[in-house]
Design a protein around this ligand. Structure first.
Ligand SMILES: *Cc1c(COP(=O)(O)O)cnc(C)c1O
Length: 451
């Protein structure tokens, strides 16, 4: 059936790494999994996680900076990534008792954990102390609880003091300069190993500036007899989902009528293209000269004997997974197609932020088709008007058919868990670990071990 549009909507193709391509090149496997699992599923590529992790450690080595990479676990609940972190010698950043438990079960040693998050519960603090984990203290009352809990156990907890970034004064995380001063006067029974922050946004210079301040804080704290030999600059290393030209063209050509039902997003869109991303963003932070300093951050760290801890989440998961839905229905409305898939937008978390996941899903057709651009939005198999996976009309290469698969690429960073819900009795998409099979061109799979 023909579909007429005012002006063809622009495409926004996602980058495709080798692991994802090998998976897409096995359409029979994709279909078998869809059939066997009976609904949408997430595919995970642990080899890509390994590659990303090695790139981060290599940047520290190349800069001659002592440091450690901690995988921010909240970015994906799968067991396989924590398992890879343990095997590769990475630390893990946890922010709940459940995340801590899962990290330990994956083989990460207690001393290799950093516990972040605001106002951590007593159980989390107790287990963190018993495990010898590093605790990023977020507030004065938490500091008090931590020392009290540790004193009862006869332990000295390892702590970082988290600072409220001067440039993000309204953040609900970290301690103001006054609170920090108070905290530094209350360090009895505490091993203060240094300071930490986590910034929103992706600006390397902002990270270098604040890191420079934290090196200064370490010097001050040492004057007070504290250890203060490390700083954590958190996560926030950008991910490059789409190419520069495609991103520019998309922004230029996108029109309001390219969105189903005239939908608009007041929250704006995530910056899906980033010229400096992943481990290169860490390289840029280390090469930047912090405000008021004469030398790059890497030199400041070396000269001060301060180690650099980083907690990437999204960037370690770049290209480490995708999400597969099955097309359950196809119809036309208002000059564009409406696809309905066998899941809900709760399995793809961006709608939560009054935004949507923009990179084009890839259509894996269940047979040969004649090429003819077919713009369509993607709706969920639920009874809510607003439950859409993709409001914008994606220019598919042909009219999809029931039974075709729709693959959302690069969804392993935050798109798989943060909003998942068995709403409507729709099952949560299971996670499938996909790896090369020795001696076979077709990858092999197993279920992830997360309970
Ligand atoms: C969320 C978070 C991270 C990870 O952030 P990414 O943007 O995924 O790299 C790291 N550290 C802390 C404290 C966080 O809250």
């Amino acid at each position: 059936m023909a579909v007429t549009t005012v002006a063809a909507p622009p495409s926004l193709p996602a980058h495709i790494a080798a692991e994802t391509q090998a998976f897409l090149d096995a359409p029979v496997l994709l279909q078998e999994l869809s059939h066997g699992l009976g609904g949408p599923y997430h595919a995970l590529f642990p080899e890509r996680f390994d590659t990303n992790a090695r790139a981060f450690t290599a940047v520290l080595e190349e800069a001659g900076v002592a440091g450690r990479v901690y995988f921010a676990k909240k970015a994906n609940k799968a067991a396989v990534f924590a398992e890879r972190a343990a095997v590769l010698g990475l630390g893990v950043d946890v922010a709940s008792h459940g995340e801590l438990r899962e990290a330990l079960a994956a083989g990460v040693a207690g001393a290799d954990l950093v516990v972040t998050g605001p106002a951590k519960g007593d159980v989390l603090l107790r287990v963190a102390v018993l495990q010898g984990a590093l605790v990023a203290v977020d507030a004065l009352d938490e500091l008090e609880r931590l020392t009290a809990i540790a004193a009862k156990l006869g332990r000295v907890p390892r702590a970082l003091l988290r600072v409220l970034p001067g440039g993000q004064r309204h953040s609900r995380f970290g301690m103001s300069p006054e609170e920090l001063r108070t905290a530094l006067g209350r360090t009895d029974g505490l091993q203060v190993e240094g300071f930490s922050f986590h910034l929103s946004g992706y600006d390397p210079q902002a990270r270098a500036d604040l890191a420079g301040e934290l090196v200064g804080l370490c010097r001050e704290a040492r004057g007070l007899g504290l250890r203060a030999d490390r700083i954590s600059i958190g996560g926030g290393f950008a991910v490059d989902y789409v190419g520069a030209d495609d991103w520019r063209r998309f922004q230029r050509e996108q029109l309001p009528e390219h969105f189903h039902a005239g939908k608009s997003f007041h929250g704006g869109f995530y910056p899906y293209h980033s010229p400096v991303a992943g481990a290169d963003a860490l390289r840029a932070v280390l090469a930047a000269t912090p405000k008021g300093e004469q030398a790059p951050l890497s030199t400041l760290l070396r000269d001060a004997g301060v180690a650099l801890l980083v907690e990437p989440g999204r960037a370690l998961l770049d290209q480490a997974g995708c999400t597969v839905f099955r097309v359950q229905g196809v119809k036309e409305r208002d000059g564009h197609g409406i696809l309905t898939v066998d899941g809900s937008s709760l399995s793809l978390s961006e709608q939560w932020f009054d935004s949507e996941f923009l990179p084009d899903p890839v259509l894996v057709a269940n047979g040969p088709r004649e090429t003819r651009t077919y713009p369509a939005c993607v709706g969920a198999a639920t009874c809510l008007e607003s439950d859409m996976l993709t409001w914008r009309t994606v220019p598919f290469p042909h009219r999809p058919q029931v039974g075709d698969l729709l693959v959302y690429l690069n969804t392993s960073g935050y798109q798989m868990d943060s909003n998942e819900s068995p709403f409507h009795e729709l099952p949560l998409p299971p996670k499938v670990v996909v790896e090369p099979a020795p001696g076979s061109p077709r990858p092999r799979w197993r279920l992830d071990r997360h309970p």
